[in-house]
Design a protein around this ligand. Structure first.
Ligand SMILES: [Mg+2]
Length: 265
């Protein structure tokens, strides 16, 4: 195995299934991160496709587990979405997202309206909305029926989110529902496995100094592969020994039960 921990300077860490299971920290993994921060042995970025929460909420969640963290270390598709809205110069966006997430973007983009306005909306966005209602889905379908050319983006592709009660519905599942309804399909899907979220890390560190740590092969590993960096697969979330054995892509650089076990390598 070519993985050399001594060459690594930074870990890009997935959160759900890697450092947390639902609200609960995965203790040995979190302990490894805290110890590494204290000794300054490694730098860390925290990457999540979960757009049900604001970056602030993640600072509280990560900080609440005892890990020192600042906003620059949090990488979410909401950053990509903000840039996209700016680039497209959208003034009216219909966004299916939790109230806190819409308020977060409204704060960053004060000149943009996030109201449902069928005649004015220039973009439809589907985020992981933990406050999702039938009415919100109905509005997306109605917008598409009236204006099939209207731009539509989704924050990430995950079909489900791991939780302490097993998999629960996520954006990818909602996209399947919408596709089955009237054929509507997003023009862009942000988040992992797109490596664009890693740009701040790739600017600061050489590829051989970086490792991505995560529990999902089709998002975390796919992103690492596309970025050309090592992938550490943890078995504390979605991936099991069985699903790993059935995986036909190039193997992860390392497989560990949980992130803290990496020190043994
Ligand atoms: Mg995960």
């Amino acid at each position: 195995m070519s993985f050399d921990l001594n060459k690594k300077k930074v870990f890009v860490c997935d959160l759900d299934g890697t450092l947390f299971m639902g609200p609960h920290p995965i203790e040995p993994a979190v302990r490894f991160v805290i110890d590494s921060c204290n000794s300054k042995r490694f730098a860390f970025y925290y990457l999540t496709n979960n757009t049900s929460k604001t970056p602030d909420a993640y600072i509280k969640k990560i900080g609440g587990a005892g890990i020192p963290v600042t906003e620059e270390q949090i990488l979410t598709p909401l950053i990509t979405l903000e840039n996209y809205i700016r680039e497209q110069a959208c003034r009216s966006v219909y966004m299916v997202a939790s109230e806190a997430v819409v308020a977060h973007l409204q704060g960053l983009l004060p000149d943009v309206s996030f109201e449902f306005a069928p005649d004015r909306n220039e973009l439809m966005v589907l985020a992981y909305d933990a406050e999702l209602t039938y009415e919100k889905l109905r509005r997306l379908a109605v917008l598409y029926n009236a204006r099939p050319e209207l731009d539509f983006v989704a924050t990430h592709p995950d079909t489900c989110c791991p939780s302490e009660h097993g998999p629960i519905p996520d954006v990818g599942g909602m996209l399947k529902l919408l596709k089955a309804t009237n054929g509507m399909t997003p023009r862009h899907i942000f988040g992992k496995p797109s490596p664009s979220l890693m740009d701040p890390v790739l600017k600061r560190f050489a590829r051989e100094e970086i490792a991505v740590v995560g529990d999902r092969l089709y998002t975390d590993k796919a992103m690492a592969d596309r970025a050309g960096v090592d992938f550490v697969c943890v078995l504390s979330g979605e991936t099991t020994r069985e699903s790993l054995a059935a995986y036909d892509g190039p193997p992860p650089a390392v497989v560990v039960e949980q992130f803290g076990e990496l020190l043994a390598h």
